[in-house]
Design a protein around this ligand. Structure first.
Ligand code: AKB
Length: 318
């Protein structure tokens, strides 16, 4: 049976996607890869693991051949805030990396999962419940790379018949690895701060609304899309998905239901605030629901309860 390769396995999503896939299939069936090994993610090396610089095309081809890879979850990417610090580096990693993956997938006839983002939308798109097929004219380099990536994935499907599927994730909330360099990172940091010190200083304004999704739904959604009947997929790639629409003030209020003394104040980071202001407040994910049965489990209340529960146990052990 052909194996699965996960790039960017030491990142926020990869750290949980690899164990999830290994638990569904088998440890040997899933090859994790990353540019370097983070100490807190050493557990990923208990199964097949390869150091991989995504900008080196021969290295990707060699891993595909070595393990007989049939499916690639291509997660290696810089995020929105980091991207604004070095747009050229973002382009190199996000675009050249994707081109390399698609070319290697074409040579070896692999299926590909490509995570896109709410960042594909810019100020010209409708802000509330942004539809699946709304105008994609982003103003961040990260958003530009995700739009180009979505189009490239469509092109490889049309031109070469490659099976490439993907989701537009909003902010991802999780409790294993910390997110690195995103605009929505506040929605993870706030939980650590609430449990450690009872106070959080937020870098976005209190009323900045951006959609979020909880990690179990991220994993479930990716797998469900990859296993969906291709005959039913009209869009195939770049599906809007979401489950929580929230502002920092509302998230703080939800946390306060369990930690009544929790306080929050605001020191706005102009770069991340400008990115947040250019993104939709919320996404319309009805097309994903119709075409392949997207059906998330976690709303704001359930996610907050689970985050605090899991994180408080984790922090007690540290
Ligand atoms: C970011 O904030 O850059 C990411 C994203 C929404 O794609 N979390």
């Amino acid at each position: 049976m052909k194996k699965i390769l996960v790039t960017g396995a030491m990142g926020q999503i990869g750290t949980e996607l690899v164990p999830y896939l290994r638990s569904l299939y088998s440890v040997d069936q899933v090859v994790a890869s990353g540019r370097r090994i983070h100490e807190e993610c050493l557990f990923l090396t208990a199964g097949p693991f390869e150091l991989l610089d995504i900008t080196k095309s021969e290295a990707i081809a060699a891993i595909i051949k070595k393990y007989n890879i049939g499916t690639i979850y291509h997660l290696a990417s810089l995020l929105s805030a980091t991207g604004e610090q070095d747009p050229q580096l973002l382009w190199k990693i996000n675009m050249n990396g994707l081109v390399n993956i698609l070319e290697a997938a074409r040579e070896a006839d692999c299926s590909v999962f490509f995570p896109s983002s709410i960042a594909v939308f810019g100020p010209d798109a409708p802000r509330i419940k942004t539809p699946q097929d709304a105008l994609t004219r982003p103003t961040s380099i990260y958003g530009v790379s995700k739009v180009a990536g979505e189009l490239l994935c469509d092109y490889y499907h049309l031109k070469y018949g490659l099976d490439i599927r993907g989701l537009r994730y909003p902010g991802v909330i999780s409790n294993a690895a910390l997110p690195g360099g995103g605009t929505t990172d506040y929605a993870v940091h706030i939980f650590y701060a609430a449990l450690k010190s009872g106070h959080y200083t937020c870098f976005l304004k209190e009323d900045s609304s951006i959609d979020m999704i909880y990690m179990p739904d991220v994993l479930k959604g990716a797998l469900k899309l990859m296993e969906a009947d291709p005959g039913k997929l009209k869009h195939r790639n770049a599906f809007n998905v979401s489950s929580i629409t929230v502002t920092p003030r509302q998230l703080a209020a939800e946390i306060r239901k369990q930690i009544p003394d929790f306080t929050i104040d605001y020191e706005i980071d102009p770069v991340r605030q400008a990115i947040a202001d250019s993104w939709p407040d919320s996404l319309d994910d009805s097309v994903a629901r119709e075409e392949w049965g997207w059906n998330p489990n976690y709303d704001l209340v359930a996610m907050t309860r689970d985050m605090l529960d899991v994180l408080s146990k984790k922090l007690q052990q540290e």
